[in-house]
Design a protein around this ligand. Structure first.
Ligand code: FEO
Ligand code: CA
Ligand code: CA
Length: 634
């Protein structure tokens, strides 16, 4: 691969060099108090280096594990775990566990966040759709230790964790620059581990999806491990069910199909599951209900504009550890969904609908995701990506290999992809088409386990603790990028890690400074001016995560700057921009994670109140002066 020329040979307009200096801390806090009132956040800005044309003075890497934001910006708390969504919901009080109350409050561990304007186009109103990925029982309730919480929680505490997972839809309104939930909005909605969800597509009704409670194989209770997602062109939200094994308990060796479970990374389950769910509901015991796992790890579609419509698991998009589901349109109007399987040495997928998107008839798109072709990526050393169709009867996906229908292929997506010779990847997470260029960036968070299959051109490191970013380039038909083409080109966008460390092999922009690097890239977002925003998750050698911004074109391509640092123990997820450029929503997930119990937590973010647990929260970031976050300024 011709690194770095292919990466840095853009002849784009020079990004103007800018300098920026952090304001004196006291001045900033004083101004923020004026702007924000008593609830003002006391975040110290951190001295800046050159802004590099990105519109903000970047944070220094040396800030350590604490919350900080680039000078000139503020953040407001929008929604916290436990905030009521209806006026008759009981107030947040985890010392009195109440699962009915929890199902009427904002959930735990917010990950994916989508902001959808309402049809009236009012800029101060919209719907926030949020995934609640998993519980941290030992940080939700006092007197529990992480190692023993699953066995020691009360059954009502377990039920609270089940009600705190899933999804939220919340109407927001903005007043004086601050977004707040609209209590009792008809759009407000919680989807929990017990909400009826429809199963559709080729695997719906499959014998391996039938259970004692649902002999039809078409109706499941709940969704869980909802990680990242995407928004469809018709304004519904897709939610990836990722890595369900933690939610199940039992003995894999006593399951009727242990090979199937093993291929899907079910190994050494705890007796009642990591969060004790099998104690409260026996369907989460794989020995009691062997098919229940097959009813998870799908992509769920929810229509936030229709609170009465059940969420739907779209089985045509395959079954694996779905990180997210980001959409693009092919020139002929077919919808393309990019799907990563977030596990070490798993694969990158793509789904192409059979029918085109109809922009004039929303109802016509309702079941578009039930019919189409799922493919898996094979990367060549020559710089091409081939999309291999996962279609029953094609190639090795036949009866002699145990596939008797398309439903079989989808329930065992990973085994089918193995047989096609897909390329094992270093944990695909963010996987996002750039709406301006049509190129696709893939964030590979990294891989720590032994690489038994050897390296490959797209995953070139023997050990890849730091991760990397790939760029895919669909062919241009003259009508725009053809996301449905059989063959793309690819290149490495960045190899993450510290470029100053010899032997690391890290590569960002050649002129990037000693603080302009990150590792463990996870969520990605493009803003309206084409900047790429990258959230990290669990960097191995850095003591905190961050939100980074960089250009993907021009002379500053692949030159990252740190914009926001979440509180200790947290990752920040899923930047979601308002259409008016006034700011972005950001999910701050699992604050204080790493502490073995609440007693060990040193900072109970965001209130910092010793009487309260740390609370995962969605924040909104905007400029203190009220200007657009997309402008060039220091
Ligand atoms: Fe839920 Fe892949 O992070
Ligand atoms: Ca993620
Ligand atoms: Ca992650």
């Amino acid at each position: 691969m011709d690194w770095p020329e292919r990466v840095f040979n853009d002849k784009g307009r020079a990004a103007p060099a800018r300098t920026g200096r952090g304001e004196p801390i006291s001045a900033l806090i004083d101004r923020r108090r004026l702007l924000l009132g008593a609830a003002a956040l006391s975040l110290a800005p951190v001295a800046a280096s050159a802004a590099g044309g990105l519109g903000f003075p970047p944070l220094s890497l040396s800030i350590g594990p604490r919350e900080a934001i680039a000078a000139g910006y503020r953040r407001d708390i929008v929604l916290r775990w436990g905030d009521p969504l209806w006026s008759n919901a009981a107030p947040f009080d985890p010392s009195r566990p109440d699962s009915d109350a929890a199902a009427r409050q904002f959930g735990f561990n917010n990950d994916y966040t989508a902001f959808l304007p309402l049809e009236d186009g009012e800029p101060d109103r919209g719907l926030l759709v949020v995934n609640h990925e998993y519980p941290n029982p030992h940080l939700m309730f006092g007197a529990l230790q992480e190692a023993s919480a699953a066995a020691e929680m009360s059954l009502e505490q377990v039920r609270v964790t089940m009600a705190a997972c899933g999804m939220s839809v919340v109407e927001l309104r903005r007043a004086n620059g601050v977004w707040k939930a609209v209590l009792d909005s008809p759009f407000n909605r919680r989807v929990t581990a017990t909400t009826p969800v429809r199963i559709s597509g080729p695997a719906a009704g499959h014998p391996r999806l039938r259970t004692a409670a649902d002999p039809s194989g078409r109706a499941v209770l709940g969704t869980h491990d909802n990680c990242n997602g995407g928004v469809t062109p018709w304004g519904t939200v897709l939610s990836g069910e990722e890595g369900s094994a933690d939610f199940f308990g039992g003995d894999v060796s006593r399951h009727p199909d242990p090979a199937h479970l093993a291929r899907n990374h079910y190994a050494d389950l705890e007796p009642h599951g990591r969060y004790g769910w099998a104690r409260a509901d026996r369907r989460f015991d794989i020995n009691h209900e062997p098919n229940e796992p097959n009813r998870f790890e799908w992509v769920v579609e929810i229509d936030p504009f229709d609170p009465d419509a059940a969420p739907v698991k779209r089985t045509a998009l395959g079954r694996f550890a779905h990180e997210g589901a980001q959409c693009a349109l092919a020139p002929d109007g077919r919808v393309v969904v990019y799907l990563g399987d977030d596990w070490e040495y798993e694969y990158c997928y793509r789904f192409v609908t059979a029918q085109p998107f109809d922009p004039n008839n929303r109802a016509a798109n309702r079941d578009l995701l039930d019919e189409g072709v799922l493919s898996v990526a094979r990367f060549s050393a020559e710089g091409t990506v081939d999309w291999l169709p996962l279609v029953y009867g094609v190639g090795p996906l036949t009866t002699e290999n145990g596939f008797h229908s398309q439903g079989d292929v989808l329930v065992e997506t990973r085994r089918a992809a193995d047989l096609l010779g897909a390329t094992p990847m270093d944990s695909p997470e963010g996987y996002l088409p750039d709406p301006k260029t049509g190129r696709i960036i893939i964030a590979l968070t990294g891989a720590d386990e032994a690489r038994t299959a050897g390296t490959n051109a797209a995953n070139p490191r023997d050990e890849n603790a730091a991760g990397h970013l790939l760029e895919l380039v669909p062919p241009d038909t003259g009508l725009g990028p053809d996301h449905a083409a059989d063959r793309f080109a690819w290149t490495i966008f960045a190899l993450c890690g510290d470029p100053a460390k010899p032997g690391e092999g890290a590569r960002f922009h050649p002129a990037a400074g000693p603080e302009d690097w990150f590792e463990a890239p996870d969520n990605l977002a493009f803003d309206a001016v084409g900047r790429l925003w990258v959230c990290t998750d669990g960097p191995g050698r850095r003591d905190h995560d961050g939100l980074w911004v960089m250009a993907t074109d021009g002379e500053a391509r692949a030159w990252p700057r740190l914009f926001y640092s979440p509180p200790a123990g947290a990752e920040c997820c899923s930047p979601a921009f308002t259409p008016d450029g006034s700011g972005l929503f950001l999910a701050v997930q699992h604050p204080a994670e790493g502490a073995a119990s609440l007693a060990e937590v040193t900072e109970r973010w965001p209130e910092r109140d010793p009487a309260l647990a740390p609370r995962p929260s969605v924040i909104f970031i905007s400029r203190i002066d009220g200007g657009s976050i997309l402008g060039q300024h220091t």
